[in-house]
Design a binder for this molecule. Structure first.
Ligand code: CAA
Length: 388
């Protein structure tokens, strides 16, 4: 029996910032952002979207009447939680009209949370092959205006269904992981923006990647020659390029060309959305699926990294039923119809924060199906416009 990723959908709002505009405003060379960092555009998230609504807008694309009753768990990876106690998964479960006899849990370890969900889901479906697990990675990446991290902001959500006989990727059982208490990136409870030791975080990412890659090879006797492509957690896409370059000399010249071409395919969407923390690896995988020419049976390597820190290298093979045309069209359409913000509009949207008291939000600039309408009696109020 094969177990893996059956569906993989993405949502982010249509408002975005062109990073050439940001470079001009911050007195930087546009090439520093486009080549040095590897980012072109950045999703800007309005105050009427939070981790729950981003997730609901993505998950509505993978949950319908055909699989709603099969879903046994919602595993919600996020580091943009909306409550210190109640999980975002429980709100999502209600918004999606999922049945009551399910588990709905939030998972946190920085950008690694969704991968924990994928691995727990894999093991659950192994024991319950007639069930599916809905895994979410939903975040808003914020460093602050005029900070070095500003160019690596972004946000959005991925929603994956993990099932037996999946249509996209059959996950291999072998996986290599590592955790260590490190202060490279963190966000204390009282802060809305992350704290980061930028260069150090890049070095830890590469060290973790090399360690788990070695461990994986020892466990499996596979080498780089067994892989058609790699997908990485992409806080900014140059980070993945640095990781790939760290192992590229292990490949033949011809394979190096193929791996580099597939890396370009894997970063197209991320270059235009920015960091989405937990969802970043899976947006990159979606980008790889849609923009490379992959064939059934080909093996993909995945590196997940969550600061603080946890790293995991795992793999999967392309499913026999692999078909990406619908997703390709959806992304092309989305990018074509986005709304470009100028700098003052971006700074205004970015600076709007939810107050710590009751509020009714202006929804006129948010056309999403699921929106946050405000706060009442310290409770976030959500609206599904299709039910309204
Ligand atoms: N043309 C081309 N390249 C240029 C250039 C130009 N005109 N000007 C500069 N560059 C290059 C630099 O040479 C440098 O390249 P290398 O990294 O290959 O050396 C690159 O552009 C960046 O330049 P700087 O190092 O000067 O950039 P910076 O000091 O402004 O900060 C950063 C860059 C550290 C990534 C910062 O944006 C940051 O802190 N980001 C957030 C932290 C982060 O994402 N860390 C990743 C690992 S942690 C993680 O993965 C978890 C997570 O999601 C956060």
């Amino acid at each position: 029996m094969q177990i893996g990723i059956d569906q993989l959908a993405f949502y982010t709002p249509s408002t975005y910032l062109d990073l050439v505009d940001l470079a001009h405003a911050r007195g930087e060379e546009p090439d520093k952002y486009r080549i040095g960092i590897g980012q072109y555009e950045q999703a800007v998230i309005p105050v009427t979207q939070d981790a729950v609504t981003l997730a609901a807008n993505a998950a509505a694309k993978v949950v319908d009447e055909t699989n709603r009753d099969q879903i046994a768990m919602v595993l919600f990876g996020t580091e943009s939680g909306i409550d210190n106690s109640k999980s975002a998964a429980v709100y999502l479960k209600r918004l999606l009209n999922l049945p009551d006899n399910i588990r709905a849990i939030e998972l946190k370890q920085a950008c690694y949370g969704a991968t924990a969900g994928v691995q727990f889901a894999h093991d659950y479906v192994f024991l319950h092959p007639d069930k599916q697990v809905l895994v979410i990675g939903a975040d808003i990446a914020r460093y602050g205006l005029n900070t070095p991290g500003e160019v690596t902001q972004g946000g959005g959500a991925v929603a994956l269904t993990i099932s037996a006989e999946p249509k996209l990727l059959n996950l291999d059982n072998e996986t290599a992981f590592k955790s260590e208490d490190i202060m490279d990136f963190w966000r204390p409870l009282y802060r809305t923006e992350a704290l980061v030791d930028g260069r150090f975080s890049e070095n830890v990412y590469i060290d973790f990647f090399k360690t788990v890659w070695q461990d994986y090879q020892q466990q499996t006797n596979r080498t780089i020659a067994d892989f058609t492509a790699f997908a990485f957690h992409l806080p900014f896409t140059k980070m993945g390029l640095k990781a790939l370059r760290a192992i590229l000399p292990e490949a033949s010249e011809a394979q190096q060309k193929q791996l580099m071409a597939n890396f370009e395919a894997s970063r197209q969407y991320n270059q235009r959305v920015g960091n989405l923390y937990t969802g970043s690896l899976y947006l990159s995988l979606r980008s790889l699926f849609d923009n490379a020419s992959l064939k059934p049976g080909e093996r993909i390597g995945l590196f997940s990294y969550g600061s603080g820190a946890e790293g995991e290298f795992f793999s999967g093979t392309i499913s026999e039923q692999f078909d990406v045309q619908v997703s390709r069209d959806e992304f092309a359409n989305f990018f074509k119809n986005r709304q470009r913000l100028n700098m003052p509009e971006y700074e205004r949207l970015f600076s709007q924060q939810l107050p710590a008291h009751d509020v009714l939000l202006d929804l006129s600039h948010d056309d999403a199906r699921f929106v946050l309408t405000g706060i009442k009696h310290d409770q976030r109020q959500y609206l599904d416009r299709q039910q309204a």
